[in-house]
Design a protein around this ligand. Structure first.
Ligand code: URA
Length: 179
């Protein structure tokens, strides 16, 4: 009989298989592939970004472009964590054309995938990167500039977590003129 963590991992793979053929919104028509998420399926810390960009859409992995390089460095240098110790996902699993902002309808259509990921991974802390993930998971429309760095307890589906809003790494790249 597999232990609970192993069962949850298997279920997560099952959810990934379903998500791979998702047609809940029109991004299914323009994506190369679904970018489900990556990392440790048993992680205490889960990071939730905005949506895949061109490189993520090509590779099928989250945060593998320039924002991803900065995120990896921040994780290593600020938290002493390797990428494979955390789980990284996005608000949207498919790339919006030309990297436009996610629409409200797309976020709503994709939300069940993210809640399933949180239910199965059982993180203690969910760090939301930027406005879209923060507003979705906090259930409050206050902008990231006001709430960043202020953790709060939040029920997400069946799971109670510390929600920890942070600036999106792309904002740091823009602020330093390196975007
Ligand atoms: N890459 C991702 O996977 N997500 C983002 O939000 C930005 C870049």
């Amino acid at each position: 009989m597999p232990d609970t963590a192993e069962r949850r991992r298997e279920q997560l793979v099952g959810v990934f298989r379903q998500a791979r053929t998702c047609t809940r919104c029109e991004l299914s028509g323009s994506r190369t592939q679904v970018v489900f998420g990556a990392g440790n399926a048993d992680a205490d810390l889960m990071l939730v970004g905005e949506a895949p960009g061109a490189e993520e859409d090509r590779q099928g992995l989250p945060f593998v472009g320039r924002s991803g390089a900065l995120l990896t460095t921040m994780l290593e240098e600020e938290a002493g964590l390797a990428r494979d110790q955390v789980f990284i996902a996005n608000t949207l699993k498919c790339r919006p054309p030309d990297n436009r902002d996610p629409s409200t309808g797309e976020i709503e259509s994709c939300r069940p995938w993210l809640l399933e990921q949180i239910r199965l991974i059982e993180p203690r802390v969910v760090a939301t990167l930027g406005n879209f993930a923060t507003k979705l998971l906090s259930g409050d429309q206050t902008g990231i500039t006001k709430v960043r760095g202020k953790p709060r307890i939040r029920r997400l589906g069946e799971r109670v977590v510390w929600l920890y809003p942070l600036f999106h790494p792309a904002a740091a790249l823009r602020a330093t003129g390196t975007a």
